[in-house]
Design a protein around this ligand. Structure first.
Ligand code: GDP
Length: 441
């Protein structure tokens, strides 16, 4: 997501970085390019115009921080403005203070509503809630079956709606059923149409009145760009939405909808859908998204995922070892296991600051390689894992034989391990300074 925009902005900033000082002329030229990049990413015209004008005012004003170079200052301002335009802070779900809450999902057909209902169910359960899914789309019988199947797959309770029931009656009966089953959060998957139409809106209004949901979220397809923003505007006028979920952000959506939706509709983007799998739902954080667009990497998401995968005590021991340059092959293997728990290597690399998106695209990571590496390290003796330097030709042969690999494979592994060691040593020497060198600007 946002690859083109990121690449375009990256080249603008590189040019700005080339100037020792910034003046009105080079800022103007840089911002013209930023504006073009935003329009190309399908950002709403007015939103792009306003944000550029705000950036310009700040860049030309006296907001100069001595610790930053002129190029860095502009990036910082752009980052701040992008964050602001997307709503500044993450807007969490507000399910009220009572014993139960409910989320009504609305949107056009094919936007990803039913999938999102399943994803939200999973998300809510992870948050410690007990969700109850309610299929309300009686016009497309397949939609009811689809949600029931999702429920079975995710082991989430689903209300037993039938196509002959009236939507409002389904919702009311579902509330009772949820209470009886001890569920505290209802997720209503309402009917969608191919286009906006008055009958649908009127029905949704009736449902809203009858159900009083804590949240009413529009599910919209990011791939439709500005259409998604317009749809959000129309639904909001009739239903006064509490937020938006943009799906299919993993595709080649240019991202304009995510950047414009808050500024145009005033309603926050609460989640983004990033895949067909039910785990592909992420709470939307304006600051993280801005840093991702600007190629600063999704460092915070990375840290969060790392925290989920890494045991705190383990992390402390590892840090100590790294500081003492005592990172053995055994640690190398354990770390690899932890990294793999966090997701695919490509995903993880994409979150790191300074990762070149193009390089990443061309990178072919064979996850099977990891299995090989693990097998090789397992075939070593404890002494070999501690002191890799003793692994000479005959030991290499034995290790290769034991792990069902070749001597070349063993050599390759030792090389990447020694390279990691070198990086760690360099890092320990340079401390914060070397960290700064790793930053993308
Ligand atoms: P509904 O008609 O609004 O209920 O839409 P569905 O939930 O049936 O989704 C329509 C299609 O979009 C399905 O093929 C989903 O797998 C797909 N889909 C939904 N959300 C996402 C997403 O975040 N990313 C991707 N790539 N596909 C999605």
């Amino acid at each position: 997501m946002f690859e083109n925009l990121s690449d375009r902005l990256d080249s603008v900033f590189k040019k700005l970085k080339g100037h020792g000082t910034l003046n009105e002329k080079n800022i103007e030229e840089g911002l013209k390019q930023v504006r073009m990049a935003l329009l190309e990413a399908d950002v709403n015209y007015k939103v792009a115009k306003n944000v550029i004008s705000d950036i310009k005012t700040r860049a030309l004003g006296q907001e100069v921080m001595e610790s930053l170079t002129p190029g860095q200052q502009v990036i910082k301002i752009v980052y701040d403005e992008f964050t602001r335009m997307m709503g500044s802070k993450h807007q969490a779900l507000d399910l009220g203070t009572g014993s139960s809450g409910s989320i009504m999902l609305v949107g056009l057909q094919g936007s990803g509503k039913t999938t999102t209902a399943g994803k939200l169910g999973l998300y809510l359960r992870k948050q410690g809630r007990t969700p109850f899914l309610v299929p309300v789309d009686v016009y497309r019988p397949a939609a009811i079956d689809q949600l029931k199947k999702i429920g079975t797959q995710l082991d989430l309770p689903v209300f037993d709606s039938t196509p002959d029931m009236k939507p409002l009656k389904i919702c009311q009966d579902a509330q009772i059923a949820a209470r009886e089953q001890g569920c505290d959060t209802l997720v209503y998957d309402t009917a969608g149409r191919l286009h906006m139409d008055d009958t649908l809106m009127a029905e949704l209004e009736t449902l809203k009145k009858g159900v009083s949901p804590s949240e009413i979220l529009l599910v919209a397809d990011a791939m439709t760009g500005q259409d998604a923003v317009n749809i959000a505007g129309s639904f909001d006028q009739r239903l006064d939405l509490t937020g938006v979920v943009l799906t299919k952000m993993d595709g080649d959506a240019r991202g304009g909808a995510a950047l414009s939706i808050k500024a145009v509709t005033g309603k926050p983007l609460k989640f983004i859908g990033v895949g067909e799998k039910f785990t592909g739902l992420e709470p939307f954080h304006p600051d993280r998204m801005a840093s991702k667009i600007l190629g600063m990497g999704d460092t915070l998401s990375f840290i969060e995922r790392a925290q989920e995968a890494v045991d705190e005590k383990e992390a402390k021991t590892l840090e100590k070892k790294l500081r003492q340059n005592a990172f053995t092959l055994e640690d190398f293997r354990d770390q690899m296991k932890t990294v793999r728990k966090m997701g695919s290597v490509k995903d993880i690399l994409g979150m790191l600051p300074g990762m070149n998106k193009k390089q990443l695209k061309g990178l072919n990571i064979d996850e099977k390689e990891f299995v090989k590496i693990e097998a090789i390290i397992n075939s070593m003796t404890p002494e070999e894992r501690e002191k890799y330097a003793i692994i000479k030709a005959s030991r290499k042969k034995r290790i290769a034989f034991g792990s069902g690999t070749t001597v070349q494979d063993v050599n390759k592994l030792l090389k990447s391990y020694t390279q990691s060691m070198k990086m760690i040593k360099k890092f320990n020497k340079g401390g914060m300074r070397s960290l700064k060198n790793m930053l993308p600007f």
